[in-house]
Write a protein that binds this ligand. Structure first.
Ligand SMILES: Nc1ncnc2c1ncn2[C@@H]1O[C@H](COP(=O)(O)OP(=O)(O)O)[C@@H](O)[C@H]1O
Ligand SMILES: [Mg+2]
Length: 275
């Protein structure tokens, strides 16, 4: 089972759009996929048209030892299963302050005996006990990054968090893979930040980029994705290609092993390239 977290400490970088469309693309190619919406704002749950669930039928089931994930009814949407977010996550977070509270998701997944090909966590743009739970439960991380200053800074901070999680909590975590999103090839700044990230992280940056796409920006909140709505748009093509490349990279990583995978390459700092 491949467990993947989609995360970037900066908001609006296409995390939720990426989680949905990678899950949908994998679903279309016959993979059994579970998406876990660990963002208390629940944008993913909402755009998939899933109404607010009772607490015990939401992601909060992961944090409740008396509920087995296996018995929680997962919503079937857009070619994948979804464990929806809950507005009660913000309240529950206040009770999750013990060091071991970062282990809930990992243990719940392991103990569930669920047999998905791929599990994808969508996370909020912050380091919380929820995003740490996702990173502790995962082997792989995808960082969607719009090639602009703040998202790139967020991506670098995210890479540091991931390194720390690997050191302290989860030695099976691979260095992150980066995916450029909302790319506009005409923008000079986009070209600059794309070059920068590639110099710094080498082939950890996927070759495929997600271009800006009106079809992706439209949100229907009815559980449809671009694959069913606008399958011939570039949004659909880009995410289909990104998904293929991502799966290839993940398989390569698994073959090489965690120890063999480089974190970053010496490169000029972000401050330097801006001046
Ligand atoms: N490739 C894209 N082209 C155009 N709009 C996009 C694209 N990707 C995401 N968006 C839009 O940008 C906004 C932020 O995306 P979202 O996936 O919610 O980011 P995050 O989860 O990182 O906050 C949303 O309104 C979304 O529809
Ligand atoms: Mg989001």
């Amino acid at each position: 089972m491949i467990v993947l977290t989609v995360c970037n400490h900066k908001g609006g970088t296409g995390k939720t759009t990426t989680a949905i469309h990678i899950a949908a693309a994998l679903g279309l190619s016959g993979h059994r996929v579970l998406v876990i919406d660990l963002d208390p704002q629940g944008f993913l749950t909402r755009v998939m048209g899933v109404p607010e669930p009772p607490e015990e039928a939401s992601v909060l089931a992961l944090f409740n030892p008396s509920v087995s994930l296996r018995e929680v009814r997962r919503q079937s949407v857009g070619g994948f299963d979804l464990l929806p977010s809950s507005t009660a996550m913000t309240r529950v977070m206040r009770q999750l302050h013990r060091p071991t509270d970062v282990l809930w998701a990992k243990e719940a997944l392991e103990q569930s005996g669920l047999d998905y090909d791929v599990v994808i966590f969508d996370t909020a743009a912050a380091i919380t006990v929820y995003s740490l739970n996702a990173l502790v439960a995962s082997q792989h991380v995808l960082v969607p990054v719009t090639p602009e200053y703040q998202p790139v800074l967020g991506a670098e901070q995210t890479a540091q968090t991931i390194q720390l999680v690997r050191k302290k909590l989860n030695p099976t975590l691979f260095p992150p893979l980066f995916l450029f999103t909302q790319v506009d090839a005409r923008k000079r700044a986009h070209q600059l930040y794309r070059r920068y990230l590639r110099r710094r992280y080498g082939d950890r940056v996927l070759d495929t980029v997600i271009r800006t796409s009106a079809a992706l920006a439209r949100s229907f909140e009815d559980g449809s994705t671009v694959f069913t709505r606008d399958p011939h748009t570039r949004g659909a093509r880009d995410y289909a290609n990104a998904t293929d490349e991502l799966m290839q990279r993940i398989r390569q990583d698994q073959k090489a092993g965690v120890e063999q995978t480089p974190w970053s390459i010496p490169a000029p700092s972000l401050q330097e390239i801006r001046s």
